[in-house]
Design a protein around this ligand. Sequence first.
Ligand SMILES: CC(C)(COP(=O)(O)OP(=O)(O)OC[C@H]1O[C@@H](n2cnc3c(N)ncnc32)[C@H](O)[C@@H]1OP(=O)(O)O)[C@@H](O)C(=O)NCCC(=O)NCCS
Length: 367
Amino acid sequence: MPFAHITGWGMSVPEPVLTNDDLSKMVDTNDQWIRERTGIRERHIARENQFPSTLGAEAALKALEVANVQPTDVDLIICATSSPEHIFPATACLIQDLIGADKAGAFDLSAACSGFIYALNMAAQSIRSGSIKTALVIGTETLSRFVNWKDRNTCILFGDGAGAFVLQASERPGGVLSAVMRSDGSGGDLLSIPAGGSRHPATEAAIHAGSQYIHMDGREVFRFATRVMASSTKEALDAAGLTVDQIQHIVPHQANIRIIEAAARGLKLPMDKFVVNLERYGNTSTASIPIATAEAVTSGRIKPGDKLVMVGFGGGLTWGALAAEWTGPLPSERKVKPQKGSALRRARSFLRRVLRFIDGLLSPREL
Ligand SMILES: CC(C)(COP(=O)(O)OP(=O)(O)OC[C@H]1O[C@@H](n2cnc3c(N)ncnc32)[C@H](O)[C@@H]1OP(=O)(O)O)[C@@H](O)C(=O)NCCC(=O)NCCS
């Protein structure tokens, strides 16, 4: 049975930064309150021409370059996102087109902020089963478009960005070691975007009521999160046959520093085992774990052979944890060139449309 190794990583955040002081000019809040209650100092907000697909494609191309893998070698793209561009087509398909992953299946996975853990596990299981060899797992968000910038309970928390991993099959032991995925739909109303789906379409009345924005019971979500972070980390470790002393890092979902501190207390671990960067990005939902991991690997903090747990929670309610041994790029003879140039990508997409049109003309019609 092949092992599923994490061999590439990448991230992309939009340049514009929104500080706590900026927010204090928009709602009744202040830098001190936000820092003390959340740990967040600033977050990045997408420009008008940036979307989950464009940020996700940038992160994916970086991850492919690190892994030395061509887009055409990717068998499967799973895009975890809480801010999909459309109900359909899937954001994963938009990314597939942008990066030219011509042989990949592509779908979105909706598990709110736990989505990246779920997606990583699904991709790893596809590799472990032998059905695919190479997967791209992406967490990407422009949640700023679902934030009510007049609601101080939520607008201080979220930011935009994307992170991506490449997963590859290898007979060498290591990579993804275990995972747990859990849910509790009875708490669905604690964190939701009520309108925009088929139950409450985005009608004028729904928009007038602000139902297209994120609604959250912060205190209840806080209580839930502090309960599940430590327990699911322990479950993932048990399933991998590891103890907390045998892991070098925990990469938690970056929602609130107080939630991470509670998890550290629950696991009786010092805070320096936790990778934390929420002060600079806020809560980027599905992107927070791959962004934090990518930064920690790039800075040399996470090294090949290190064991780590990634753990997340979010709307649904959902939560999950995944234990892994960090690999890094597999040895390869060839060198993949970085893919740059949006003009080239647009031309390739246009060519595919033309080919599909010609194919349609040449195929016999069965009416
Ligand atoms: C949202 C959150 C930061 C609020 O922090 P808290 O310590 O629970 O604060 P409370 O909601 O108890 O509010 C305390 C007081 O601060 C006020 N307050 C709330 N937001 C504020 C803000 N942005 N600035 C200033 N004051 C604020 C409240 O009105 C309340 O005032 P009151 O005591 O006069 O009623 C916290 O509950 C949280 O992080 N929850 C989890 C949210 C989360 O992670 N969501 C994403 C999950 S993926």
